[in-house]
Design a binder for this molecule. Structure first.
Ligand SMILES: *[C@@H]1O[C@H](CO)[C@@H](O)[C@H](O)[C@H]1NC(C)=O
Ligand SMILES: *[C@@H]1O[C@H](CO)[C@@H](O)[C@H](O)[C@H]1NC(C)=O
Ligand SMILES: *[C@@H]1O[C@H](CO)[C@@H](O)[C@H](O)[C@H]1NC(C)=O
Ligand SMILES: *[C@@H]1O[C@H](CO)[C@@H](O)[C@H](O)[C@H]1NC(C)=O
Ligand SMILES: *[C@@H]1O[C@H](CO)[C@@H](O)[C@H](O)[C@H]1NC(C)=O
Ligand SMILES: *[C@@H]1O[C@H](CO)[C@@H](O)[C@H](O)[C@H]1NC(C)=O
Ligand SMILES: *[C@@H]1O[C@H](CO)[C@@H](O)[C@H](O)[C@H]1NC(C)=O
Ligand SMILES: *[C@@H]1O[C@H](CO)[C@@H](O)[C@H](O)[C@H]1NC(C)=O
Ligand SMILES: *[C@@H]1O[C@H](CO)[C@@H](O)[C@H](O)[C@H]1NC(C)=O
Ligand SMILES: *[C@@H]1O[C@H](CO)[C@@H](O)[C@H](O)[C@H]1NC(C)=O
Length: 882
């Protein structure tokens, strides 16, 4: 396997006699990662060798050092740039005096697309803006723990216990066996590193220091003694920039703790004569997501974090280490395992994890490693997304979305941070962007790349060339209100691929209060905007509504009616309709404008500004709505489902697909997975479109075949453009959706083989000598894996039965196993046992208050219906014959 070179030559430390079997305290379940060598203590290869811990806002990466441990620190809101660096920061938007020119440019771009023979245009440059002070996530430096011992070490092992969410290191040196434990606790909001020996011997002198070595921080922070046992670090993320602070308090059993100021900018804490010592740290910044709106002048300015940190630390202070640890373990168990469990029938492989990874082969597989990688993905999601925003830059054209793909199905309560991030940093300035670029005065819009400072404009401007491939993505929020993402940044907590959906969250959880307060208003904001981006198709003049300019994410041409965009908007409009009743919204005009329009008499409808627009465009429209509402526009829009000349699902409305295009994104297959425009294609609803005198009457089989043809031609996720992990995870999920177990397992194992490092981080380019960690595949993997075991794609309306398919793509390598507590939409919990490659028993339980009662559900295995029921509160059924 390709990472061999990385692991073997670069990482082995000085001579250490190590174990070749897991340490005694390694979880009996096998649920963890372990190594008999330290990570790359120089830090260069942190992305392939360090192990992650986190509590949702603080995180750390540990190499598992011995007498010197250099822990990489992270505070999720620590960003350079934005209004902290430039108070006039405007989210990469146009200036008000550029509005008229921008609107004219947009009209010109649309006109040129319509007039062009192949429906293309060169670029969208006039819509873009420069993005000074876009900023970037910044690491918070290192916590260095040094022990005054120098003799050779033996019996080294380090591991990440995934049952407990604790990283541990043990080794023997100077005749003591040392144990170091590190974790970040959600209950106490602090991280802790604990050190003792197995025999309760007195520890050599221990020193704690902060270092900003090789971090991107501009000026060294001030490090002082807050008191005799507490270090205080204060610095700025950029120059000028956001203030941040870390407070770290040291406690010990026995011995003496003292804080020593070395000079005006540095201090250390020493512990002598103790049998146990531990350091607890809390960190924060002056960033506040609550100040990202007009009322706060988009300042994102919160209070100095100092007081809050002092009070956090003082409450952590009162508890014993053992209590803090026990509370943390209980919390991890509660979040990750109390509701949900998976078995792939795996047998624990006792080799060190790096050796398992190195020996792993695609197709051959190893159910144990696949199971660990699944658990690790959920662990990382829970460690990075607990009720808070996150670090890294957010690409919302697959990455952010993919990151959450597994959350709902595996019953992880981690999504509120994402909704808050969208509500507080996208929506407020996105409303201005809608006006500035698109001349749309309702709803809001964002584009592909986002920071934490409300960057909503289209990235571009002088010197950036044609950035349309990345920038021209006004449906980023559509995907997030039905959403996936990719993250290309080098940060530990980068959220690249969370596919999550406001609507899905509601459909899975029945949380009406949340839907009314947050979910639906966000959805309505995005849907409102897109009601106005849909315009009559003046290229084909086929009477449909399309968007233009559009392009598939990160791919040209720039054209009209792109399948990706059309499918996403159509799915979003369905979500509005399905969720309307529960939303409490009384704006029925928004949902259904039919009553305002007379289809047979175009002179009969209400005259207003919009109508003027239409007549100016001279479109032969049968009807125009006073307010172009959701249901009416949905019926007129191009649904983005079209079969092309080589049998493919067309990526663009114009005929430009190349059979040799192996692009990393499966943008036009968004309706196959994770969406449903393809997977639940319904001829009665999506067919019947009149287009170029052709009635679009594809059957579902034809559409699925076309999607498969596209998927085959798209290649295996290793192409000339990229060899990333997430593209393979997406392909795996798509193959599972097509019910193809062998292709599904190939892609799933191929990404593990090709892209996963010894520490099971997924890498953007596995051949890079210093590879970039791209977290997407870590989150895409569990979602894809689940899609091979259980599927229940969404449907356009509650009148259409929900089809739950059991073991749709079960690989022969997982002949027996179970899923407990898996969730499907409709508020249904699924417990499934299988053996000999077949279901043995499945129990489906409807929640106490599903959003839709009397919804028809069909349970399918191997293409035949094995059960059916109508949802009602607490309904449960068990099926045992297949
Ligand atoms: C780690 O364990 C493997 C056996 O799985 C062994 O081959 C290797 O030598 C061990 N490494 C060290 C540094 O002891
Ligand atoms: C727009 O306003 C900015 C300052 O707000 C100014 O620098 C720029 O020259 C103006 N542009 C035009 C075209 O008037
Ligand atoms: C259509 O637009 C494309 C892209 O800008 C361009 O290469 C092509 O020449 C145009 N076709 C015509 C007929 O103008
Ligand atoms: C380290 O320990 C040795 C004795 O083992 C002692 O002489 C020395 O002063 C210690 N160094 C520090 C920095 O504490
Ligand atoms: C370890 O030693 C300390 C005294 O230094 C004592 O208070 C504690 O109970 C001992 N712990 C164990 C597990 O023996
Ligand atoms: C502070 O001093 C310690 C001990 O010399 C050193 O390891 C650390 O890098 C210093 N930190 C800074 C920020 O200079
Ligand atoms: C660090 O200390 C210097 C000198 O006292 C002060 O000017 C500066 O503002 C301090 N930095 C921070 C982040 O508090
Ligand atoms: C429309 O149909 C005509 C006649 O079948 C065909 O020549 C033309 O290529 C079609 N246009 C498109 C855009 O498919
Ligand atoms: C679709 O329409 C074509 C042409 O009218 C017809 O030949 C074909 O049988 C229809 N297919 C279906 C599935 O209705
Ligand atoms: C994946 O596709 C690439 C490009 O076609 C090819 O070079 C590579 O061998 C394929 N990998 C596997 C494992 O099939």
């Amino acid at each position: 396997m390709k990472l061999k070179t990385l692991t073997a030559s670069t990482i082995l430390p000085v001579a250490v006699i190590s174990s070749s079997t897991p340490p005694a305290a390694f979880p009996a379940s096998g649920n963890g990662l372990w190594y008999n060598t330290t990570g790359d203590v120089t830090g260069t290869l942190w992305s392939t060798t360090f192990l992650p811990i986190g509590n949702g806002y603080l995180a750390a990466m540990t190499p598992g050092g011995m007498e010197i441990e250099a822990l990489q620190l992270n505070i999720e809101s620590l960003w350079a740039g934005g209004p902290f660096q430039d108070p006039t920061y405007n989210g990469g938007n146009k200036l008000p005096n550029e509005t008229t020119a921008t609107h004219l440019a947009l009209e010109g771009i649309r006109a040129s697309i319509f007039a062009n023979a192949t429906g293309e245009t060169e670029d969208v440059y006039p819509l873009t803006s420069p993005f000074p002070f876009y900023g970037s996530y910044v690491g918070a430096g290192y916590l260095i723990t040094t022990m005054n011992v120098s003799s050779p070490a033996t019996d080294f092992a380090r591991w990440l216990d995934l049952d407990e969410g604790v990283a541990r290191t043990t080794w023997t040196q100077s005749s003591s066996t040392f144990i170091r434990e590190t974790f970040c606790s959600h209950p106490t909001e602090a991280c802790v590193q604990f050190l003792n020996t197995s025999s309760n011997a007195t520890l050599p002198g221990v020193t704690y220091a902060f270092s900003v070595l090789d971090s991107l921080l501009p000026t060294p922070p001030n490090i002082t003694c807050q008191d005799s046992s507490t270090l205080k670090l204060r610095g700025f993320a950029s120059e000028p920039g956001m203030l941040y602070e870390i407070l770290a308090q040291v406690q010990s059993t026995g011995g003496l703790v003292s804080c020593n100021a070395l000079d005006s900018t540095n201090a250390t804490i020493s512990v002598t004569g103790a049998t146990e010592t531990w350091i607890s740290w809390v960190g924060g910044t002056e960033y506040s997501m609550d100040a990202g709106d007009e009322a706060s002048n988009f300042s994102f300015q919160g209070p100095d974090p100092h007081e809050a940190l002092v009070s956090l630390l003082s409450s952590a202070d009162t508890e014993s280490y053992q209590n803090v640890l026990a509370e943390h373990i209980a919390d991890v168990n509660d979040v990750l395992y109390s509701q949900f469990s998976l078995s792939l029938g795996q047998v624990t492989d006792s080799r060190p994890t790096d050796e398992i990874v190195t020996g792993y082969e695609y197709n051959v597989g190893n159910p144990y490693l696949e199971w660990i990688t699944f658990n690790y993905g959920r662990y990382m999601l829970a460690s990075s997304a607990r009720d808070t925003p996150w670090g890294g830059d957010y690409h919302a054209d697959i990455n952010v979305q993919m990151n959450y793909w597994s959350a709902e199905m595996s019953n992880l309560d981690v999504t509120s941070s994402l909704w808050n991030y969208i509500e507080k940093t996208w929506a407020p300035r996105g409303a201005t962007t809608a006006q500035l670029i698109y001349n749309i005065s309702r709803g809001w819009v964002t584009h592909d790349e986002m920071n934490i400072f409300g960057h909503t404009g289209m990235k571009g401007g002088p010197g950036e060339g044609n950035t349309a491939e990345w920038a021209n993505y006004p449906v980023s929020a559509v995907w997030l209100v039905r959403m996936p993402s990719s993250q290309s940044d080098v940060t530990e907590c980068s959220l690249h691929s969370r596919w999550l959906d406001l609507w899905d969250h509601f459909d899975y959880t029945n949380d009406v209060a949340w839907w009314q307060a947050q979910g639906y208003p966000l959805l309505k904001g995005v849907a409102s905007f897109h009601l106005d981006t849909l315009i009559p198709d003046q290229h084909f003049n086929d009477g449909t509504l399309i968007t233009a300019p559009c392009n598939s994410p990160e791919q040209v041409p720039i054209t009209l009616g792109c399948a990706h965009t059309q499918q996403l908007i159509w799915q979003m409009f369905n979500a509005v309709e399905k969720g309307f009743n529960a939303s409490g919204d009384t704006d029925t005009d928004f949902l259904d404008g039919k009553h305002r329009c007379n289809f047979s008499d175009s002179l009969n409808h209400v005259r207003d500004e919009r109508e003027q627009d239409v007549s100016v465009l001279e479109v032969p429209f049968r009807c125009w709505f006073k307010e172009p509402e959701v249901i009416a526009k949905r019926s007129q829009m191009d649904k983005g489902i079209r079969i092309g000349w080589w049998g493919q699902l067309q990526e663009w409305k114009v005929n430009l697909d190349s059979p040799t295009d192996t692009h990393r994104h499966l943008s036009h297959l968004v309706g196959l997975y994770p969406g449903y425009a393809i997977a639940s294609y319904d001829m009665g609803i999506q067919g019947g479109l009149i287009y170029n005198d052709t009635k679009f009457n594809y059957t579902k089989d034809e559409v699925m075949d076309a999607a498969m043809t596209s998927l085959i031609h798209r290649g295996n996720g290793t192409g000339p453009d990229a060899d990333a992990g997430w593209e393979k995870a997406w392909r795996a999920a798509a193959w599972a959706q097509l019910g193809n177990a062998s292709e599904f397992y190939f892609e799933l194992t191929y990404t593990l083989y090709e892209n996963f490092a010894p520490n099971l981080f997924s890498l953007y380019d596995p051949f890079d000598p210093v590879p970039i960690f791209q977290i997407d595949a870590n989150f895409g993997f569990p979602a894809a894996l689940l899609n091979g075991l259980l599927q229940a794609p969404d449907v356009a309306s509650f009148d259409i039965p929900l089809v739950i398919t059991l073991l749709p793509a079960l690989p022969t390598n997982w002949p027996s196993g179970h899923l407990k507590g898996a969730r499907t939409r409709g508020g249904i919990t699924v417990d499934l046992d299988w053996s000999d490659g077949k279901p043995e028993t499945v129990t489906l339980t409807v929640d106490e208050s599903p959003i839709s009662t009397s919804r028809n559900v069909q349970v399918v295995y191997a293409g035949k219906e094995v059960g059916s029921f109508t949802t009602s509160p607490n309904f449960a059924t068990t099926i045992q014959s297949f």
